[in-house]
Design a protein around this ligand. Structure first.
Ligand SMILES: Cc1cc2nc3c(=O)[nH]c(=O)nc-3n(C[C@H](O)[C@H](O)[C@H](O)COP(=O)(O)O)c2cc1C
Length: 206
């Protein structure tokens, strides 16, 4: 595929059982559906020894995110499993390492969205999404949710919210429902559309 001339959308996630990763992959499909490159990156686990990564290269899956990825993206999607109604510690640990990017303002005016997976329907997905948006607002990012013009938001009996896409992963199923899949792709498409508009507005492309 040939991509448009804006920098890629960065999709950063943490996932142990693969449910959050499934959302990340669907968001990437939505981004690429309009000709914008999506790059998938994961954050490493943190070990019992706080501050120590377990390994430097993932055994499987997407490469670990770098600060360079953050500096050179045109938009960001951030995903974490719900843990006690909040993001998982490895995602928070990653965000806590972005002080330099905050000082440099490297994420200012870039669009961002958040996504999560939980094992129960009312287990804190929206609280997790809102808490993940807070550090992105500190970075000056433009938060992009999902409007109700997405008909799947009206009909879903699984995941999906105006605050961002979600998956209800009962029994750790990684298979997204039809509505979750539609919403995740729509979220990716919206993020990329906004990235294109905001990037163009700065006079950096096209
Ligand atoms: C420490 C811990 C806390 C969790 N807290 C919640 C919770 O508050 N609500 C919920 O519904 N699920 C909770 N879960 C379940 C995960 O959110 C769920 O299994 C999720 O889909 C895992 O995502 P993954 O497949 O990407 O790893 C928790 C899991 C762990 C390990």
């Amino acid at each position: 595929m040939s991509y448009s001339n804006i920098p890629p959308i960065l999709i950063v996630f943490y996932s142990v059982h693969g449910s959050t990763r499934a959302l990340a992959e669907a968001i990437a499909q939505g981004v690429e559906s309009i000709g914008v490159e999506a790059i998938l990156r994961q954050v490493p686990r943190v070990s019992d020894n706080i501050g120590q990564h377990q390994d430097s290269v993932p055994e499987t899956g997407a490469p670990y995110v770098t600060m360079d990825d953050l500096a050179h993206c045109s938009g960001l999607a951030l995903g974490s499993p719900t843990r006690f109604g909040n993001m998982a510690a490895p995602m928070k640990y990653f965000l806590d390492q972005t002080a330099t990017q905050w000082l440099n303002g490297s994420l200012i005016d870039k669009p961002a969205c958040v996504f999560t997976s939980s094992s129960s329907m009312h287990g804190g997905q929206e609280a997790t999404l809102l808490s993940m948006q807070i550090p992105l607002l500190h970075h000056g990012m433009v938060i992009c949710g999902l409007p109700y013009s997405n008909s799947a938001l009206h009909t879903t009996v699984t995941g999906g919210s105006p605050y961002g896409v979600t998956h209800v992963s009962i029994d750790n199923t990684q298979t997204l429902s039809t509505d979750e899949l539609v919403l995740a792709r729509s979220q990716g498409e919206r993020l990329a559309t906004l990235a294109r508009k905001l990037y163009k507005d700065e006079g950096k492309s096209q």
